[in-house]
Structures are given as C-alpha cells and as structure tokens.
Design a protein around this ligand. Structure first.
Ligand code: GLN
Length: 473
C-alpha cells in the first residue's frame, strides 16, 4: 500500500495530480454519506484548489509538504468557503468571512480541505451524539459510538475517505474518538497550534490537533500546523522542530511511567489487559517501565467540568441573535430576542453547560467552585511535573472501557462525564497527548494514551511510533 509520504512525493514529482486525488476523495465521501462524518462538502472549492496546485507544479513551482492531500476539517474551525455550524442550530447558516490560522497553514502546505466534519454541538460531549444534525456512525461497528466530540473527523479517516483530518481537543475530543475508531489522534501542547479561527469552547483548554492512520502521518500533519501567531495571544513562540525527526529511533533507553491510580477501580479488565500487554511489549523492546503517581487525578473530572463550563458560559454569550446566528422571528423586545434565540438555537447539553458555568462563576459561588478548581488545576499540573522527573512519557488507557453502545452513556450524563477521567487532566495541565490503537478489548478497539512533557512532541511521536511498530507485529 502506498504510504501518505509516498503519495505526497508522487504529487510533488508530477506522477499523480492533486485533482485526481481530490476527485477520488470526493467520490469516497459520496459513497460513505450514510456514516454522517461530514456536515458539508466543498467540491468546487477543493477541485479549484487542486487544479491550481497542479498548474503551479507544471509551471515548475516546488509544492509544499502535504501537496495534494485531501483533508477533512472539524466544523468548529472556520473556512472562508461554505458554512461553519459547530453542529448547532444556532449557527446553521453561519458563513465565515475568513480562514482559521490552521486552514491558512494547511493550504500553504498544499493540503486541500474537502469537507467539514460532524461533532458534538460546540464540541461539548464525548460521543458525538449531541450534534444537532444526527451523530456520525462508527465504521468499525455501527452499534457503538464513534467517540466525541470530534467523531466526524475520526470517522472520516477511519472509513478511508481522507488520510488526514483536524479535530479539536478541550478534554479528550481528539484522543477519545481516535480510540473508538482505531486510529491515531493527537493533542499538542497548549499554545503549540494557533486557536485563531477555532470557535471557542473553553479557551484555556482548547487545542487543534491531527487525526491520521499512523503516528508518522500524524507528525507530518502537525509539522504544518504549528508556529507563532500574533492573532492568538496564547500562541507559543517556541521553535517548531521536525516532529518526524526521531520516528524510527525506537524505545531503547526511554522510560514509560505508569500511574498507579489509572489501573485500579473503574477500569474495564479487558481494556487493562490489552494496554498492559502493549506496555509489556515495550519493556521487551528495551523501554524501562516505572510506576509513578498522580494523586490528584481523582479530582480531574470535577475540576474540568467547573473550568470548562465557566469558560463556555462566557464564550457562548456572543450567540445572541444579533450577529452570527439565527434570530427568533418577531421578538417583542430586545430581551425576548436574546432569550428566544438562545432557547431555540442551543441544544440541551449546551444549555446545561451554560447554566452550570454561569452558576460556578456567580457571586457567592465563585470562590467555592471556580477558584477552588483553579487551585486543583495547579496541583494536577504539579503532579504531572513530578511524574516527568521519573519518566519520559506517562502511559494509561485513553478510555476506561470499550466504546459504549450508541445511546447508552448519552442517557446518563454522569457516566458520560466519567468517561473523560484519563483525558481531561492532560488539558488541565496543558500537556501533549496521543492515543494510538493497541488492539481490541471485548472485540472493540482499545487505545493507549501516551502523554509527554510540554513541547516535547518529537519525543512523544518517537515513543508512540515505537509502540505502534510493536502492536502491528
Ligand atoms: N468530553 C469533554 C466535554 O464534553 C471534552 C470535549 C472536548 O474535548 N471538546 O467537555
């Protein structure tokens, strides 16, 4: 099978055209419509971009590192063509006048956005079932969830419509769907990728990152996304290395930390066995396995749901029927314009979170909830920093159980929030995290999550690729 890298060099050398690649991606998307991975498709836009690339190549121009690669973009990242809905009724007609920073970068690298992918409404959820337009379907097994909130982006890659896609991860939304769909999903260090043009959910936690079939493809895509951006004031000025540089260097001399809190109560036995088998294979390959401790992990879900909802309540205040959004017909006064537009436009999960976030920020409760959560966030960050004095990466399952049945956890909000136990702390601490498939549990895909030190993505990709090689054997 041709690898993505080989395909890109064939486009660069003129052996295959970008147009033919885009056309076949569009054909595959058409044939896979029943999976509801895409909320909109951009055929004219994508074909025009492809023809332009082919023309430039024929004129002797050297094409970028993702030349001719069709890519799917989560529908909370704006593109100046078509709609950006965030899978919400309130934004169902919204058209962005500009491109997100990552979209500018993709285009400069020669990648071609072919469509916008389905998600939980405003990225709030872990199953993609809060989408106002119907949930995407897991191509591995239609009776199980594809994970969320970037479920459409994961399905787009897992079903083979595109080799790459973009998701956003506030508390696990790239890593969880990657685990459910058996592919690689990666959340970079906070600040690594510009959030300019990502519709904000919880700004201190949100990061954009890649979905791909392999660790190397994921690193190739991340290479093109990073770099300082003045339009996002949390964008990092750190040097951007070649994230593929150490892929192939293996696991020898690397130390993998296993937090004892992650392998006890609440973890499905089959998931545990699959993850432990992958780690045992790493040890045989020369990695050192050490036990570490993250005592504050048990507070992570509660802390996350205070901070994320507080930030969401502020960020979503802008959808008021005056700009961007649908507007309720014939309101009697300004108050009714706001109230009715928001009541009609937002779905139940989003409303719940706005209420919760407003509550934890309200006077009298601010210190008890919001301030307290900020303090625990610091403790969680410190716990990780201590763990990294003993190891190069921390390893744990991505999800505590195999992907659930469609509709199962969605009916039970506590169960849904608890699914986030292994992923949210990584966002609270701003660390890079990657989920890769390591086998099956109960016949369904199981993901191993590897977490790196801040801005050490190159090492995270090296170790992940080392594990990937072992589980593929
Ligand atoms: N499941 C988490 C939430 O609902 C994370 C979502 C995300 O990362 N966007 O908030």
């Amino acid at each position: 099978m041709t690898t993505l890298k080989q395909q890109i060099s064939k486009v660069q050398s003129g052996e295959i055209s970008s147009e033919s690649l885009v056309q076949s991606a569009l054909d595959r998307i058409g044939a896979a419509q029943h999976l509801k991975a895409y909320l909109s498709i951009l055929p004219e836009y994508a074909l025009e971009k492809a023809r332009d690339l082919d023309k430039r190549r024929n004129a002797g121009e050297k094409l970028g590192p993702l030349a001719g690669t069709p890519i799917a973009v989560k529908d909370n990242i704006v593109i100046s063509s078509g709609k950006t809905t965030c899978a919400s009724r309130i934004l169902e007609n919204f058209e962005s006048p500009y491109d997100a920073a990552v979209v500018e970068r993709l285009i400069a690298a020669g990648a071609i956005p072919v469509g916008k992918t389905n998600l939980d409404e405003f990225a709030m959820g872990s199953t993609s079932e809060t989408s106002a337009f119907g949930a995407p379907i897991n191509p591995i097994d239609p009776t199980i969830i594809p994970g969320g909130s970037s479920g459409g982006s994961a399905v787009a890659v897992a079903s083979g419509t595109v080799p790459l896609s973009l998701g956003s991860d506030t508390g696990g939304s790239i890593r969880q769907p990657a685990a459910c769909c058996g592919i690689v999903g990666m959340k970079p260090t906070y600040g690594r990728v510009s959030r300019y043009g990502l519709v904000a959910y919880a700004s201190s936690l949100d990061q954009i990152g890649p979905f791909a079939r392999t660790v190397e493809d994921s690193a190739l895509l991340l290479n093109t996304l990073c770099g300082h951006d003045l339009r996002d004031n949390t964008s990092s000025t750190q040097v951007v290395p070649d994230f593929t540089a150490k892929i192939g260097e293996g696991l020898k001399g690397k130390t993998i930390g296993i937090p004892k809190e992650c392998f006890g109560e609440g973890l499905d036995k089959e998931v545990e066995a699959t993850v432990r088998a992958a780690l045992a294979a790493c040890e045989r390959e020369g990695a050192k396995i050490v036990e570490v401790t993250l005592p504050s992990l048990k507070y992570a879900v509660a802390t996350y749901y205070v901070i994320a909802t507080a930030e969401a309540s502020a960020n979503l205040a802008r959808y008021d029927g005056v700009r961007y959004t649908i507007r309720t017909p014939a309101p009697k006064n300004l108050y009714e314009l706001y109230a009715k537009t928001r009541s009609e436009g937002f779905g139940p999960e989003v409303k719940k979170r706005i209420l919760l976030g407003t509550y934890v920020l309200s006077s009298g409760f601010y210190d008890a909830y919001y301030m307290q959560a900020q303090k625990v966030r610091r403790v969680i960050t410190d716990d990780y920093a201590k763990a990294f004095t003993l190891c190069d990466v921390v390893a744990m399952p991505t999800l505590p159980a195999p992907p659930s049945k469609v509709g199962e956890v969605f009916q039970d909000p506590m169960a849904m929030y608890l699914q986030d136990i292994y992923t949210v702390a990584v966002n609270l601490a701003g660390l890079p995290g990657l989920s890769l498939p390591v086998g099956k549990a109960g016949g369904l895909p199981a993901g191993l999550q590897l977490i790196g030190r801040p801005f050490e993505e190159t090492e995270l990709f090296q170790i992940s690729a080392g594990v990937e090689k072992l589980v593929a054997m």
